[in-house]
Design a protein around this ligand. Structure first.
Ligand SMILES: [Zn+2]
Length: 302
């Protein structure tokens, strides 16, 4: 049986073709482009293309924001970027340590890969574990992917690309450190997964209190374009307001359920407020959030 499985695996590997992501760069502001991810969970069909990635073609160089879920995705990003510009891809920023934002790093071997200190160290330690988990779900889309950690720490500072001055803010909430990039020239705010635009928030590493504080801070920035890690581009403050109310609701529901001694199944059976029913992936992400976060709330009341 074992030999048979090895044989099947070898045949599969030899025949593995590159997963085709059908990436299409969409212009969202001057010199600024987006590859829009699907509002889905990882699957064989989407190959892990579930998050948004971005790039800015500045005066002398290109800066990329996040690299997607796999080596193939990263390679295909570069191929699409090259249709628009031959300038050097000088920087790639990984906004946080979730696998759909950094597993394409392997394709950017000629670029400086930047991330905040926490994200860099997390990827160094745990990057390969994500591949083990995801290869079972996405299969051949990840078959040649290796975890490549960021090479340099990105502090709260500025990256000056001459005609695009980018303010870097390392904030808390979705993970322990999420990097936000504000392009002062185009007034585009790249908020990473701190904002899910009309798509339910993923919370496996969330600190809800800190996240709400961060969102209130982001709301004050005079941006014109809100570019989030998941969901469509926005030109309003609505996605931030929706995130704040959803996180408030989640926190309140978890607290009250713990006080009543409800089980996870009892919480999941409760009806959700109407205002959240139109959000994509609400059932899946709400369930994941309850399963991930509820033990912490139960511990607090013990
Ligand atoms: Zn994330």
């Amino acid at each position: 049986m074992k030999i048979f499985l090895i044989l099947i695996f070898t045949i599969f590997t030899l025949n593995a073709k590159q997963f085709y992501f059908k990436l299409k760069a969409v212009k969202i502001a001057k010199d600024t482009y987006m590859f829009e991810g699907k509002e889905e969970y990882f699957s064989i069909q989407n190959g892990g293309d579930i998050s948004n990635t971005y790039f800015i073609i500045a005066q002398d160089s290109i800066l990329v924001i996040d690299s997607g879920t796999s080596y193939y995705y990263g390679l295909q990003m570069i191929k699409e970027i090259r249709k628009l510009s031959q300038k050097k891809i000088k920087y790639l920023i990984n906004t946080h340590h979730h696998p759909d934002h950094f597993l394409g790093n392997q394709a950017f071997k000629d670029s400086i890969i930047l991330a905040n200190k926490y994200t860099k160290e997390y990827i160094e330690k745990n990057g390969n574990e994500y591949i083990v988990a995801l290869i079972n779900i996405t299969q051949y889309a990840l078959s040649e992917t290796k975890s490549v950690a960021p090479s340099k720490v990105l502090k709260d500072s500025y990256i000056d690309l001459k005609n695009h001055k980018l303010k870097i803010l390392n904030l808390k909430g979705h993970t322990k450190k999420d990097t936000v990039i504000y392009d002062e020239n185009t007034k585009t705010l790249f908020v990473s997964d701190l904002v899910f635009n009309n798509r339910a928030a993923a919370t496996p590493h969330a600190n809800i209190k800190e996240w709400i504080k961060t969102l209130k801070r982001l709301r004050k920035i005079p941006y014109k374009i809100l570019a989030s890690g998941h969901g469509k581009i926005s030109y309003t403050k609505d996605p931030i307001n929706q995130m704040i109310s959803y996180l408030f609701y989640l926190d309140k529901k978890l607290k009250s359920s713990a006080l009543k001694g409800l089980s996870v199944f009892e919480i999941l059976a409760l009806e959700k407020p109407k205002e959240f029913l139109g959000i994509s992936m609400i059932d899946e992400e709400f369930e994941r959030s309850i399963i991930n976060l509820y033990p912490k709330y139960e511990d607090k009341i013990k």
